[in-house]
Design a protein. Structure first.
Length: 111
């Protein structure tokens, strides 16, 4: 049986990279069977990775900044406090098109 848990901010889990950082919160290591949650920050003009597709659903919730979201073959401007929903198999991505870092949450189901 799964056990509830509070997962605090922990710099030791923070994964720095040349485009910003990612900080995992919920996943297998916390006992989640199918949900994943991490927070990312991406520098201006950057993307965490190219648009991609995968099994499972994904939500990208943009907390701060502005970006250009890819959904299949289309691009859409995205502002803070908006969510992108990508059903399984949908090509998706988010690129920072502003002049300050963007911060966003990723919530997804595992395959």
């Amino acid at each position: 049986m799964q056990k509830p848990v509070i997962v605090p901010w922990d710099e030791a889990r923070k994964r720095m990279h040349e485009r910003g950082f990612s900080l995992p919160f919920v996943g297998e290591e916390t006992g989640a069977e199918s949900l994943r949650l991490h927070l990312s920050s991406i520098n201006p003009g950057e993307a965490a990775h190219p648009p991609h597709e995968h099994e499972g659903e994904e939500i990208v919730f943009l907390i701060s900044g502005s970006g250009m979201a890819t959904l299949d073959d289309d691009e859409h401007p995205m502002e803070a406090m908006a969510a992108l929903f990508a059903p399984e198999g949908t090509r998706h991505g988010l690129r920072n098109n502003g002049d300050a870092p963007i911060t966003y949450l990723i919530i997804r189901t595992s395959a």
